[in-house]
Ligand binder design. Sequence first.
Ligand code: ATP
Ligand code: MG
Length: 752
Amino acid sequence: MKQSLLNDLNSEQKNAVITDSQYSLVLAGAGSGKTRVLVHRIAWLSLEKRYPANSIFAVTFTNKAAAEMQERIEVLVGEGHFNGMWVGTFHGLTHRLLRIFAKQAGLPSNFQLIDTDDQNRLVKRIFKELKIDEKQWSAKECAGFISAQKENGLRAHQIVINDPKSAMWQKVYLDYQAICDRLGYVDFSELILRTYELLKKDADVLAYCQHRFTNILVDEFQDTNLIQYQLVKILAGHTANVMIVGDDDQSIYSWRGANADNLQLFINDYPDTEIIRLEQNYRSTGNILAVANHLIANNRNRLGKNLWTESDNGERIAVYIGFNDIDEARFVIGQIKKFNEEGAKFKDCAILYRNNSQSRLIEDTLLQSAIPYQIYGSIRFYERQEVKLALAYLRLLHDRKNDNAFELVINTPTRGLGDITLNKIRNLAKQRQQSLWQSTIELLGLNVLAARQRSGLARFIELIESIYIQVEKLPFYQQLEQIIKSSGINEMYEQEAGIKGQSRLENLDELVNAAEQFYQQYTKSNQLNEFVDLHDGRTLNVLEAFLAYTSLEGKEKGKNLDSVQLMTLHSAKGLEFDYVFIVGLEEGIFPAQRSITDNQRMEEERRLAYVGITRARKQLTLTMCELRRLYGKEERNLPSRFLTELPEDFLHDLSYRGGINLSAPSANNQHYDNISNKEQNNQFFEQRRSAFLKSQTENEGYTLGRKVIHKRFGEGTIINLDGEGEHKRVQIAFVNEGIKWLVIKLANLTLA
Ligand code: ATP
Ligand code: MG
């Protein structure tokens, strides 16, 4: 057993696994086997050092990483030795501790976890009680403030008051905590703070924990925040063995209070820490590693380390500059299809993006190609709360009998309608066997409602009717746009400050884009403004078709299938895939706009790019596009500096006109501020665009939008192209026969 445990480790890894040092830090770059060392060390402690399973306390960052770690440990040590080990995330493990010591922590035994939404609602309630104007102050921002304080280990009375706002929020924090304590609510940051405080004040519990958890191991240590660090320290006491593992170049959560300086802090707090460096990368090809090293060397603020590999150079890094975002998505999916035909599994392919809102177009393209996919760390586009809400308004607008839609929108944004009022509507609907809408109108006539509820309901009915009058004649994507503006959805999310509110607004813009694309595609290809529902063959108008499409999308879950992996760069941390695609490499997207004028943020973006690149094992593909629909407008972004920072010798341009000119900008990035350069870039894009169009017309006449005639199916329009040579296929929207994929060589088409 001992031998096989250490067999597949290099000598530095072996040293780390078997070290007798009480404190050790494995500091090493991506793919060097840090997580592998951690897993093997746990097995070593268990099998060789004979520590009982319940002495192990191992922490990592995401649920997915924790699940993988548990699995790997169990494989090494077997179930018998594994049972009793504590392996999980900070939140998961502290939750478990608080369940055991609820009483000592001053919590009811059945305390309830509350999520961010609950937290926000609670803060809103307190705003009302304290008469804080919700229009002027954001409840969401205040809730975020409270969490941030907790992450820094601060209770309400400890926070620094430096302006009227923080004084006000201190009051809210006080009331918030009082309510939580009274009702037994625990939010995410509270889990960790409460555990820390428990260990600090209760000597018995501390003694128990320190006696039990004599082996503490933490992965991804560069992303711990202050309170997590303090928790590790107090738990460790003076006797536990502590191994921490991290890479300062992969610190990507400083916006959430994480601090890579905690690595340094650990060394200061435990001066006899053994530092182990791993330098061999086992994950990626030579080329991938070379560009990763090159890129991160542009950061000033780093500890610095070497990383080399014995692997072959492998393929060059593929670069693709799409003509527009649709073309970019098609290219990526096309490559995945190709890799798949050559034997790769879909689940070995990952598409990484900077923002969740970028997934929509990719999801659509995958869907059209019938390729299964799975999204991590976020909800599928058409299932997102804000998207569902806007679509529900659209549904109700066109079908007042749609009770599901009615339920979703009746009190969002809030109209002061409680369950009592809504139950009256529901009961009447049941009695009369009619829609909720109809019942609402009837109730308004019956004079059985209190004035406030009455006016809330009346305003709602008026709102829907007036939007309908305004938009009736517009194409449905413009209707959506109008709905988002006039229903109050927009303002509601505008008030939801911070990243979440912003991303909801972006998703709503993205929804309008999606609707417009759908509309254009199908109306262009079908003058009758109709297309055939793929499922029951009924003829639908374009709006019905769109709505059917969005709900279909929601149902097709990719779970457990061999499916393409979609996630943000942040949630890819610690994971690896054979084929990695990073999309949207454009200034303003990645790096994000906010970071462009802020050097520290820029370095964090670059670390994020480094994390993304180093996820790839066999092949890395980087893409961008010239013309992007963004927030309802067409935009031309410059190529990301992360593209231009890569040495050209390692790249392979797969765009239509080969030989990209991403000539490196000067060190201070003047390139990006310089207008004439920008113009040059635009010229360059113009050339590329005409090359694209030319390549399209050269495609034997089968081009997007081209009308064709099929002997049996009749007339139709080409809406998609795929494949090469004799495998080349076209997707055609037939006037009478629905949408079909046909291989050109076999289909016997004629151009109309
Ligand atoms: P990251 O910084 O991205 O979290 P890491 O340092 O944790 O990376 P691991 O995920 O542990 O790296 O290892 C990267 C890959 O290299 C894994 O597939 C792992 O199995 C493999 N690997 C690590 N060490 C060895 C080794 N000595 N021999 C063979 N394969 C190895
Ligand atoms: Mg790792």
